[in-house]
Every structure is written in structure tokens, then in C-alpha cells.
Design a protein around this ligand. Structure first.
Ligand SMILES: [Ca+2]
Ligand SMILES: [Ca+2]
Ligand SMILES: [Ca+2]
Length: 309
């Protein structure tokens, strides 16, 4: 549980911060990705990001998404919940009647990545983060969501967004980028997120070796200290591909190894809600703001890393 549900509200109460600002109920651990203005991968054309940003250290988890549901889906007009979440590949159950729904994580799957989420569910989660969680709006913020623009799949990130679904380049850079001058591949990008151009079967949850999702952080972090960029669940990104599609990257528990590669660009219909797709968020510090790096859980992750997992 160390990764999730760090009690910002409780912290505020202890420190006497006014209750009006104590609306955040979850913390998203992030890591900074520097080297702004890096060149793209010459093989694929992806990975160039002009600005410094923070990326979610893990896929968004069931515990984090359940907090979102409890905050915003007492009734669920946007379909943020999917019944698949209650099945053996999910990890969130719903109780009560429309108007007073409550949500709980399945005990041994709270830290597994959320799945059965569309790109629009991911966008609404990002809007909620951007708007301070709690009763924060899901239809404005990082993305301005209207029925028409959702149907047309034309929505792009608004300027000034604090949190967003990862862009394809943000995701790609965090997964594969390591400058040659720092010991990386000759063209600054690895083919696999474990800093190699070769398949290493022990580095990720893929190819049905487990047959289901695993708790985030079950495998070694990559060189940027992010987890599960390869495998577990494939992750939505903002790229608009083939009219109704949005990008997914990294492959999943059920993917052949080539889905994990930097040179494999995948996508699904933005409305699909499937067991093998989740998402990760980016935090974009505003001009003049301090990049707040949530470090909750790092100690546990480092211990796991040092233990060879
Ligand atoms: Ca949904
Ligand atoms: Ca390369
Ligand atoms: Ca993943």
C-alpha cells in the first residue's frame, strides 16, 4: 500500500492547513524526466520532448482509480466504472444503488494497474487530478470534453495542464531514452525499456508468463526509475491514430515481445475498455512553479530493487 492513498487530507489536518485545500485524497508518485529539447529517436521519430516533466512512476493503480470513483461516480453518467473491474483480471467492486454507489478494491489487487478503462476514462482521471481531486471537475482541465468532440476523437491537451494522460513522446522518452554520452545506445534510445536492444524475459510481465496483471513495481525499475513501462498493462497515450484510435505502448501481460519494443506503435479505438490496457499520467510543472516530486513509496521500491526484483 505504500504507493497509494497517501493521506494528503490527513496530513493537512495534522499540520493545520485550511480544510478548504485538503481535497486531494491520493498521491501519484512521479519521477522527473530532464534533458528538455532532446532529439527524437532517428529510427521512429518519437521521444523528443521540449520541456521538463514528471511522469507517473507506475501505471495508475486500482486503489488510485477507486479513490477517483468514490469521489466522482456515486452515480456514473460517464461510465467510469466497468463491470470487468470486478472480475478476475480487475480489482475494483461496486456496491449500492445509482446515486450512492461506493467502490472498493479487491484486497490482493489494490496495487495492480487499473484496466477496463477507455482513453476517455483516463482523460477524466487526469482532469480530476488537474482540478485538485475531491469534487474536481472531470470534463474540463487538461482536456475539454464534450460529447461531440469525444465522438469525433479530436480532443488534444489544453495549454497549462498540470496533469495529463502521457503524450506519446513523454511516454517514449521515459521508457527508452538514455543519451549515448551517459552510457546509452549509440542513437540515445534503447529498443526495450530495460536499457537493452535484446529481449530479457525476466524484466517484465509479458508473453503470458504470469497470465494476469501483477502489482505495479513487481519488476526492476528502468533507468528513469519508472516501473512496468514494458508489460503488465499497455498504456494509453494521447496520440490520435486512424480516426477513432488512440495510441497504446509498452505491451501487456498477454503481449508477444515485439509489442514492448520502441519501434512498435500500437493503438486501439479510444472507447475500448479491455483487460490489457491501462494508463499512466504526466505532471507538467507550470512556469515558475516548483516541481513537486511525490516520493511516497520510493523506499519500498528501492528495497525491492535491491532485493533483485
Ligand atoms: Ca469507462
Ligand atoms: Ca537505438
Ligand atoms: Ca505497462
Amino acid at each position: 500500500m505504500s504507493l497509494n492513498c497517501i493521506g494528503v487530507a490527513a496530513f493537512a489536518a495534522v499540520t493545520g492547513v485550511a480544510a478548504s485545500v485538503a481535497t486531494a485524497v491520493i498521491t501519484i508518485p512521479t519521477v522527473p524526466i530532464g534533458n528538455p529539447g532532446n532529439a527524437a529517436d532517428p529510427t521512429t521519430g518519437y521521444g523528443s520532448v521540449a520541456y521538463t516533466y514528471n511522469i507517473g512512476q507506475t501505471e495508475v493503480t486500482n486503489a488510485q482509480y477507486a479513490a477517483f470513483l468514490n469521489a466522482k461516480a456515486a452515480s456514473d453518467p460517464f461510465g467510469l466504472y466497468n463491470e470487468g473491474m470486478a472480475g478476475s483480471f480487475g480489482g475494483i467492486t461496486r456496491a449500492g444503488a445509482d446515486g450512492s454507489y461506493t467502490y472498493s478494491t479487491v484486497s490482493n489487487r489494490a496495487n495492480n494497474p487499473v484496466n477496463f478503462v477507455s482513453f476517455w476514462d483516463a482523460a477524466r482521471f487526469a482532469n480530476w487530478l488537474h482540478n485538485g481531486q475531491g469534487s474536481g471537475d472531470t470534463e474540463t482541465g487538461a482536456y475539454t470534453l464534450t460529447p461531440g468532440s469525444i465522438a469525433a476523437n479530436t480532443i488534444t491537451r489544453n495549454a497549462g495542464s498540470q496533469w495529463a494522460v502521457t503524450s506519446e513522446n513523454e511516454w517514449y522518452k521515459a521508457a527508452y531514452y538514455e543519451p549515448a554520452s551517459a552510457g546509452g545506445d549509440i542513437d540515445d534510445y534503447w529498443l526495450y525499456s530495460w536499457a537493452s536492444n535484446s529481449v530479457v524475459w525476466s524484466e517484465a510481465n509479458f508473453s503470458y508468463m504470469v497470465g494476469n496483471t501483477t502489482p505495479v513495481g513487481s519488476y526492476r525499475p528502468n533507468l528513469h526509475n519508472t516501473f512496468d513501462m514494458s508489460g503488465n498493462v499497455s498504456e494509453w497515450n494521447e496520440a490520435i491514430i486512424n480516426v477513432f484510435g488512440r495510441g497504446i505502448r509498452g505491451g501487456a501481460y498477454d503481449s508477444f515481445d515485439f509489442f514492448l519494443r520502441a519501434d512498435f506503435r500500437d493503438y486501439m479505438s479510444a472507447t475500448n475498455e479491455l483487460s490489457f490496457i491501462g494508463f499512466r499520467v504526466s505532471q507538467i510543472p507550470g512556469p515558475g512553479s516548483v516541481a513537486l516530486l511525490a516520493i511516497g513509496g520510493l523506499g519500498a521500491l528501492r528495497r525491492r530493487r535491491s532485493a533483485g526484483r
